[in-house]
Design a protein around this ligand. Structure first.
Ligand SMILES: [Zn+2]
Length: 132
């Protein structure tokens, strides 16, 4: 079911709910991804361009890096606090955990960044945004 929302700050929850469901932030009907972590160039339903310029997903890379560093710090902290493991054993367990988290978080980060860009454009009242 497509929910209609008005532009402005009240649109933010709807935009982020849509991208977290991996749907177009503008119309909610089109899928964001064509495969696991590959964005469609644009929405198949409303035509919203997801990657409007070269480097449009740079923000998602920074978001992924920052969240992964926090997760890695939590893993290191948990291993150090709760387990009396050697450095080698800690690395053998911790590195794959962080790598797996990184792979799993990437599409979420990309979707969130599409939402951030779209919400910014809605907030700036760009005339091409038509939140439906
Ligand atoms: Zn759309």
């Amino acid at each position: 079911m497509v929910e209609h929302v008005s532009p402005g700050a009240s649109a933010l929850p709807a935009v982020f709910r849509r991208v977290l469901r991996r749907r177009c932030p503008q119309c909610e009907r089109g899928p964001l991804f064509r495969s696991y972590a590959r964005l469609h160039p644009s929405c198949s339903e409303c035509g919203l361009v997801y990657r409007r310029e070269q480097g449009a997903q740079t923000g998602s890379m920074y978001l992924t890096a920052a969240v992964n560093q926090v997760f890695a710090a939590l893993v290191i902290g948990c291993i150090w606090i709760f387990f009396d493991w050697s450095v080698v054993r800690s690395l053998v367990v911790g590195v794959p955990l962080v790598a797996l988290f990184s792979v799993l978080f990437l599409p979420l980060s990309m979707a969130l960044w599409v939402g951030v860009e779209y919400a910014t454009d809605v907030g700036n009242r760009e005339d091409w945004t038509q939140l439906r």
